[in-house]
Design a binder for this molecule. Structure first.
Ligand code: ADP
Length: 254
């Protein structure tokens, strides 16, 4: 049973009462469990063919010198996407199994953010979006470099997917005392107030997104939150429908 309550006030602002609503969400829970089971078995099935695809792509790329430039480019794109799919599958299985881990080491977060911004820039420009990286070029901190790159890629990718032509995306980061703060802000489609608390739920996709036809499975932010959580950090979101969204990550240092 899901319970929600709303306070009512009269015209003078005086408290008039509370409406409490109870809804039976058994069906919803069963549907989510069915999706979980389905994706878990599909993920297992994906593993073997994906390993084979990646193996053949690696062998093909070893012949790089003999290949025309165009073919090399296509193979690299195919490999990058196969790796993304492999990561999604492995992360989903690890989160489900409770074995998801990160390895924080001393690293330069400024560099990680610059790389993420640079690879997003091509896509942003093609989509008619502006991407600004305000983070300092060098920002030493203790994080898992691969995993932080994945988090920022995810947030930048969403900021582009759920944007509008002419929109803007801003990446920022700073060390506030002993906390590393990273922000990804966009002037995109935004999220309705009643939906914003659900964006980290598995398989969640907002109503406005489902009607736009932009593809996704609703796992990116679940994985993002798991990575941040494994760093003992937090991720929060503020959003206004039709105005834009801002994700803030706080990672404790030392
Ligand atoms: P996916 O993008 O595959 O749907 P995510 O877990 O990354 O999955 O995001 C879940 C949902 O949260 C999205 O479908 C979308 O409704 C909402 N969302 C995430 N990021 C943004 C954003 N920057 N602007 C608007 N909505 C967003």
């Amino acid at each position: 049973i899901s319970v929600s309550s709303t306070s009512l006030h009269d015209d003078d602002g005086a408290f008039a009462g509370t409406v409490v609503s109870f809804s039976d969400i058994t069906e919803l829970m069963l549907a989510l469990q069915a999706k979980d089971r389905f994706l878990a078995s599909v993920s297992h099935e994906f593993r073997t063919p994906l390993t084979s695809i990646l193996g053949y792509l690696d062998v093909a790329l070893e012949l790089e010198a003999e290949l025309p430039e165009q073919a090399r480019h296509y193979l690299r794109v195919a490999r990058r996407n196969a790796l993304r799919l492999e990561r999604l599958v492995e992360d989903f299985l690890a989160i489900n199994a409770g074995t998801f881990e990160v390895n924080p080491v001393r690293t330069d977060v400024g560099l990680i953010l610059a790389e993420a911004a640079e690879s997003a820039l091509v896509r942003a420009t093609r989509a008619g979006l502006r991407l600004v990286n305000r983070a300092p070029a060098s920002l030493p901190a203790v994080v898992d470099p691969d995993r932080l790159g994945q988090v920022v890629d995810n947030l930048l990718s969403n900021a582009m997917k759920y944007n509008r032509p002419g929109g803007c995306i801003t990446l920022d980061a700073a060390l506030d005392g002993t906390t590393l703060r990273i922000e990804v802000e966009d002037t995109g489609i935004g999220i309705a107030p009643e939906e914003v608390q659900h964006v980290f739920d598995r398989f969640f996709r907002s109503a406005s997104v489902r009607s736009t036809g932009v593809t996704g499975v609703g796992l990116g932010l679940l994985i993002t939150r798991s990575i941040v959580g494994e760093h003992n950090g937090s991720i929060s979101v503020t959003s206004e429908l039709g105005e834009g969204t801002c994700f803030t990550i706080l990672l404790p240092q030392g």
